[in-house]
Ligand binder design. Structure first.
Ligand code: FAD
Ligand code: SIN
Length: 554
């Protein structure tokens, strides 16, 4: 492992993030390139490890990429990019074949890969490894990465800021690593920092999902897209003080029923497909049901009843869900699981093409950080792990340019201070922001509430920008800082994360206010209908929002 004393200052390529996207990108890059794999926590931390349901691919004899294409387009509610979706579904079988070849132990039935059904899929096409598919994939990818001499893992290193040279090309990134802030230069930088569920009080995402890559790319001037589209998963465990642990859609795919207070299967009142309707529909059904029937809808829940699934199947398919529920006092064999929706997946992100290129030369984005166009306004279940792999694989064609401009070498700055007083304020914003976003930009949104939230978040952003710690997000390229106070690193890290959360929260709120219709993961109670003239992407460039050309003219 790399430490601050043997960290090279230059790589051919820097990959930021070690989820499925970052790990697979590092493995896909040509072997002759020296790759720095930067990750802000332990190597295996991120959403990928927690993925449960599985990974979609049309490989069953009864299935076809065309059907997978159709289902993905339909779930995306008019905002999918057909070229990107075609690319995804066509490359899915080879991505799966590579995982199997590397040793990922997917479940099998009679020797063949076993497949389950998930909501809005017209065929059972979700491959799984019990209910810990993400862990199985990540474990294998990490083993492969650690065997590759050209990949240099830099763990517990926090990416702070991207560097664009005089020509506008992205040439590197500053990192906070072992009490030092320094620059790593590279011919290309790949952002794979995952999603941003932590902007919401109720989320299935791990604590690292703070939208860092999207915020870094935005501050560097990259174009962002469709930020208002956030997917709320219908069934997260809801118990006082428990994390919003995901109860996989595969549980409903295997037949579990969603029940209201009187044991009624209320989901059918909202959609003919009931609990297997698209995710946004089921989440809104629960939200509406609770609004109509619960005394305190914000803290209420409905029930997921597994009693219709044979016990042996539950034990085989969902051992981790059984264990986690038991830990929080729920015996899934004798009682229904209390569930409610939680923020789960961010469809929006850094705009990219099928070669993972962003609007900044030399900057690439993959995985949940990217907006490739495959998910549109609402992601089809289990298409995300697939997207990570299919798009990261394209980086095998990457030929990074050499660094043409040398970095300046300003004198080393040694800092003895820390920022305890500012940190108290930063912690308060960290606690308050997700509650505000859950209320204002959660499952149902409305003009007045969005407007008030924008004012509050803008105020927090101004306060953060005025703090002394702001200097660390706007360093001169090449500047190296040694932090002598033991608390300084933690304080700067928290500050940077809260700035990222605030920046992306403000952009999400502004995008949600701007889009005066409802579509997929974006629902406005004051504009409940989908409007054909809004069949456009929301493009964010700096402070400006604009519409893309219409997706399907006429
Ligand atoms: P992540 O796996 O989140 O990895 C991001 C990485 O970036 C982490 O290593 C993190 O530490 C690092 N990082 C972040 N910021 C910085 C920074 N500033 N500096 C350095 N490093 C940084 N999708 C499916 O297709 N099927 C499923 O069954 C499924 N189940 C899911 C279950 C859960 C509970 C969750 C939360 C998501 C699920 N998803 C599923 C969605 C899917 O898991 C994610 O979209 C996908 O794994 C994202 O992968 P990623 O590599 O983009 O990001
Ligand atoms: C789940 O298992 O329900 C999550 C699947 C996904 O998010 O794609």
């Amino acid at each position: 492992m790399i430490s601050v004393t043997n960290l090279p200052a230059q790589f051919d390529v820097v990959v930021i993030g070690s989820g499925a996207a970052g790990l697979y990108a590092a493995l896909s890059l040509p072997n002759h390139l020296q790759v720095g794999l930067i990750t802000k926590a332990k190597l295996r931390t991120g959403s990928s490890k927690w993925a449960q349901g599985g990974i979609a691919a049309a490989i069953a004899p009864t299935d076809s990429p065309d059907l997978h294409f159709r289902d993905t387009m339909e779930a995306g509610a008019g905002l999918c990019e057909p070229v990107a979706v075609q690319f995804l579904v066509n490359h899915a079988p080879e991505a799966i074949a590579h995982l199997v070849e590397m040793g990922v132990a997917f479940d099998r039935k009679d020797g063949d890969l076993a497949m389950t059904l998930e909501a809005a899929h017209s065929r059972p096409r979700v491959l799984h490894s019990a209910d810990t598919t993400g862990k199985a994939i990540i474990t294998t990818l990490i083993e492969q990465v650690l065997e590759r001499p050209n990949i240099h893992v830099v763990a517990q290193a926090f990416a702070l800021q991207l560097w664009r040279d005089g020509t506008g090309h992205c040439r590197g990134v500053s990192i906070l690593f072992e009490h030092k802030i320094q620059w790593l230069t590279a011919g290309a930088v790949i952002v794979a920092t995952g999603g941003g569920g932590q902007i919401f009080a109720q989320t299935t995402n791990p604590t690292v999902s703070t939208g860092d890559g999207v915020a870094l790319a935005w501050r560097a001037g990259a174009q962002l897209r469709d930020l208002e589209f956030f997917q709320f998963h219908p069934t997260a465990l809801t118990k006082p003080n428990a994390p919003h642990f995901l109860i996989s859609e595969a549980v409903r795919g295997e037949g579990a029923h969603l029940l209201g207070f009187n044991g009624d299967r209320f989901a059918f009142d909202y959609h003919p497909a009931g609990e297997l309707a698209p995710r946004d529909v089921v989440s809104r059904a629960i939200f509406s049901y609770l609004a109509e029937n619960a005394g305190d809808p914000a803290n209420a829940h409905v029930y997921l009843d597994l009693s219709v699934i044979p016990e042996e199947k539950i034990r085989r398919r969902f051992p981790n869900i059984i264990r986690m529920c038991a830990e929080w006092g729920v015996d899934v064999f004798s009682e229904p699981i209390p569930v409610a929706p939680a923020a789960h997946y961010w469809m929006g992100g850094v705009a990219t093409n099928t070669a993972c290129e962003t609007s900044i030369p030399g900057l690439y984005a993959i995985g949940e950080t990217a907006s490739t166009g495959v998910h549109g306004a609402n992601r089809l279940a289990s298409n995300s792990l697939l997207e990570c792999l299919v798009f990261a694989a394209q980086l095998r064609h990457l030929a990074p340019t050499n660094t043409t401009e040398p970095l300046p070498h300003p004198p080393l700055l040694t800092l003895d201070q820390h920022w305890a007083k500012e940190s108290v304020k930063v912690q308060t914003i960290r606690a308050d922001l997700p509650l505000l976003l859950w209320q204002s930009a959660g499952i149902c949104r409305e003009r007045q509430i969005l407007t008030e939230a924008i004012a509050q978040v803008a105020d927090w952003q101004t306060q953060l920008k005025r703090m002394a710690m702001a200097q660390f997000l706007h360093l001169e390229p090449g500047q190296v800082m040694q932090l002598n106070h033991p608390d300084a690193e933690m304080e700067i890290r928290l500050y940077a994360e809260v700035c990222n959360l605030t920046d992306v929260a403000l952009l999400i709120l502004k995008s949600a206010l701007w889009r005066t219709e409802s579509r997929g993961g974006h629902y406005r109670t004051d504009y409940p209908e989908t409007q054909s003239d809004w069949q456009v992407h929301t493009l964010v460039e700096g402070e400006n929002l604009r519409r893309s050309p219409k997706l399907f003219p006429g």
